[in-house]
Design a protein around this ligand. Structure first.
Ligand SMILES: [Zn+2]
Length: 96
């Protein structure tokens, strides 16, 4: 009974890359408890890669925003047309 609520267990298996013990974690997936074996170091790296990817994406987004700002400023499109496209957008938004 004592181990019933233990959700993390250090296994004897070791990670090929880090030579550290794997962890067995109980993860609730769709209401079912699944055993997940993972290396804590690999997990850390995976989280780090994910974070970097997010950073890269936000960098791209800010670059796109800059490009759009330049386009908008240098654009030959009249204010009237801009207003019209905004109206069209609003109508479309209502339909959806
Ligand atoms: Zn590892």
């Amino acid at each position: 009974m004592e181990n019933h609520f233990q959700t993390k267990q250090v296994l004897e298996e070791v990670c090929d890359i880090h030579s550290c013990n794997l962890w067995m974690t109980l993860v609730s997936i769709k209401g079912r408890l699944e055993k997940v074996e993972q290396c804590p170091e690999c997990t850390k790296i995976a989280i780090g890669v994910f974070g970097k990817k997010l950073e890269a994406e936000s960098e791209i987004n800010s670059k796109l925003a800059d490009t759009y700002a330049v386009f908008n400023r240098d654009s030959l499109v009249s204010d009237k047309l801009t207003v019209k496209s905004l109206e069209t957008y609003e109508i479309k938004a209502e339909i959806y």
